[in-house]
Design a protein around this ligand. Structure first.
Ligand code: EPU
Length: 446
C-alpha cells in the first residue's frame, strides 16, 4: 500500500488526538494478569493493536474491539508457546512475558522483531526477570522463561528501558511482597500502565519517576481504564502544521508530555497558544535553525519525533545539528529525504547536520519505520508536486487514520491499494492540478 500526496497546502482546522499505542500495548498485555474482564477505552485502531490482539487470542483471550473500546477477558490460558511467526513483526510482543509468568509460570516465545532501528537487545528485560526468580534458556530463535522461584526484591535495570520497565512492573505486580524498580523509565505510557495496575488492585508508588515501588498481590482483578492521548501523534501533527505554514488546533492533548518539543518549536519561531487541553500551532515562513537537537529518554526530546522534526529543520534558515542518542538506525530516512532535495551531512549513524532551507520536491520514497514514515508524510505535505510513499504498512502500525485526519485538515493525500489505483489517481491529480492552475476550484481528493 502507498500514499500519494500532492504537497504545498497549509493544513488548517482542528484535529482530535487518538489514544497512545505505546500505552495501549502494555496495558493490553497486563489484562492477562487477571482472569476477570477489563474494559479499555480510547484505544487507537491501528495495526499494532490488532497484532497484539491476534497474539492474545492465540493464548486464549476473548475480546471485542469496537469504537476504540476493547473488552477483553482471558479466563484460561490455552498455550504457553508463542510462535516466531506471530511475534517477528512486533517487538512489543515481549511485553506478554511478565503477565504470562504470573498466570502460568512459563512462556516460550520467538525472539521479538519490529522496526529495524539498529541494535535493540532485550538483555535489560532478561536480567530483570532473572532478578525476580526466572530461569531463562535462550535458543536460536526462541527464548524460554520459567518462573522457578518468584521473589519480590530490588531490581536495578541495566538501561532505562521503556518496555523492560513495563515488563518487570507486570511481573512484580503478581509476586507477593515489595519490589523496588530502580532506573525505571518514566515515560507517560509507563505511568499509564501504573495507573491501570492500580485500578486492578495493585499498590504502587513512584509512577512517572525513575524509582517505582510495587506491592505485589495474587489478587489482581479486572478494571476499566481510559488510555492516555498519544503525545507522539500530537507532536507529529504539530510539526506538520508548522511545516506547511498552517494553522491547526490539536484537541485532547496533555501539554507537559511534550515540553521539549514545544520549546524547540518556539525556538524556531512557530507560534503556539495553549488551551486547557488543546494547542493551536501556527507556522511561520522564516524559521530559525536548532543548534543542537539531542534525543533522549523522557522528558527529553523523544526519539520517536526526531524524524518528523528533522524534516521541519530542512526548512529552517541555517544549520541545525541532530544527535540521535538512542538508536543508531534512526537517521537512515535521511537518504529518502535526499531524493526530495533535502541537504544534510551524515556525520555517523547517530549524528547529522541539516542544511536549511532546502526546497523539497515530490519524489517516490519509502517509509522505513513507523516514525520515519510519519516524517516522510510531513515532507510530502510540504513538498512541491507529487510524492508517492511506499511501505505505509509501517505508518499504519502506529497512526490511526492518519490520511483521513490529514484530509480533514485540507491535505491532498490518498491511499493506494494497487498499481491501477495509483495510475488512476495520478491521472486525476494531473487534471486537478491543471484545473487549479486555470483557477477552477475542485473538491477532488479532499
Ligand atoms: N536497550 C538495551 N537493552 C534492552 C532494552 C533496551 O540495551 O534490553 C537499549 C536500546 O537499545 C535503546 C534504549 O535501551 O538504546 C532504549 O530502548 P527501550 O528499551 O526503551 O525501547 P523499547 O522499550 O524497545 C519503546 C517504544 C519505542 C520507543 C522507545 C524509546 C514501545 C512499545 N516502544 O521501545 O517506540 O522508540 O521505547 O522511547 O513502547 C515506536 O512507537 O515507534 C517505537 C519504536
Amino acid at each position: 500500500m502507498r500514499f500519494l500526496v500532492n504537497g504545498g497546502r497549509p493544513l488548517r482546522g482542528s484535529v482530535d488526538i487518538s489514544g497512545s499505542k505505546n500505552a495501549a500495548l502494555p496495558i493490553l498485555a497486563a489484562t492477562l494478569l487477571s482472569k476477570e474482564e477489563s474494559v479499555l477505552t480510547n484505544v487507537p485502531d491501528i495495526r499494532d493493536i490488532h497484532k497484539m490482539l491476534e497474539i492474545m487470542e492465540h493464548l486464549g483471550s476473548q475480546f471485542s474491539f469496537e469504537n476504540n473500546t476493547i473488552r477483553i477477558q482471558t479466563e484460561s490460558i490455552k498455550t504457553t508457546e508463542i510462535p516466531l511467526g506471530l511475534v517477528k513483526t512486533m517487538r512489543a510482543s515481549i511485553l506478554l512475558v511478565g503477565p504470562m509468568l504470573i498466570r502460568t509460570g512459563h512462556i516460550r516465545i520467538g525472539f521479538p522483531g519490529g522496526c529495524v532501528l539498529g541494535k535493540r537487545p532485550i538483555d535489560t528485560h532478561l536480567d530483570a526477570f532473572r532478578a525476580l526468580g526466572t530461569d531463562i534458556t535462550e535458543e536460536e530463535e526462541y527464548i524460554d522463561f520459567k518462573l522457578q522461584s518468584p521473589q519480590a526484591g530490588k531490581v536495578v535495570l541495566k538501561e532505562i528501558s521503556v518496555t523492560a520497565t513495563e515488563n518487570i512492573l507486570m511481573l512484580a505486580a503478581g509476586i507477593p511482597g515489595d519490589t523496588e524498580i530502580r532506573l525505571a523509565a518514566q515515560e507517560p505510557h509507563v505511568a499509564d500502565l501504573c495507573e491501570y495496575l492500580k485500578s486492578c488492585g495493585v499498590e504502587l508508588s513512584g509512577e512517572g519517576t525513575h524509582v517505582v515501588k510495587v506491592k505485589g498481590t495474587p489478587a489482581i482483578h479486572g478494571a476499566e481504564h481510559r488510555i492516555i492521548a498519544d503525545y507522539l501523534e500530537v507532536g507529529t501533527f504539530a510539526i506538520a502544521a508548522a511545516a506547511t505554514q498552517g494553522d491547526v488546533t490539536l484537541q485532547g492533548i496533555r501539554m507537559h508530555d511534550l515540553d521539549a518539543l514545544w520549546q524547540k518549536l518556539e525556538e524556531m519561531g512557530v507560534i503556539l497558544d495553549f488551551g486547557q487541553s488543546s494547542v493551536r500551532v501556527r507556522g511561520v515562513k522564516q524559521m530559525a535553525p536548532i543548534a543542537k537537537l539531542d534525543t533522549g529518554i523522557f522528558p527529553k526530546f523523544p526519539t520517536d519525533l526526531q524524524a518528523p522534526f528533522v524534516v521541519l529543520l530542512t526548512q529552517a534558515h541555517g544549520v541545525s545539528k541532530v544527535f540521535e542518542t538512542l538508536f543508531e538506525g534512526r537517521l537512515n530516512y535521511l537518504f529518502e529525504l535526499e531524493k526530495m532535495g533535502a541537504r544534510f551531512e551524515f556525520l555517523n549513524p547517530h549524528q547529522a547536520i541539516i542544511l536549511g532551507p532546502s526546497e523539497l520536491k515530490g519524489a517516490p520514497i519509502a517509509s522505513c519505520d513507523i516514525r520515519a514514515g510519519a516524517g516522510m508524510v510531513v515532507a510530502a505535505l510540504m513538498a512541491e508536486g507529487e510524492t508517492e510513499i511506499s511501505s505505509i504498512n509501517y505508518i499504519d502500525r502506529g497512526y490511526e487514520r492518519l490520511d483521513e485526519k490529514l484530509r480533514h485538515l485540507g491535505a491532498n493525500i490518498v491511499r493506494m491499494q494497487s498499481e491501477q489505483d495509483i495510475e488512476a489517481q495520478q491521472r486525476s491529480l494531473a487534471s486537478f492540478a491543471a484545473k487549479e492552475k486555470s483557477g477552477v476550484s475542485s473538491e477532488v481528493n479532499r
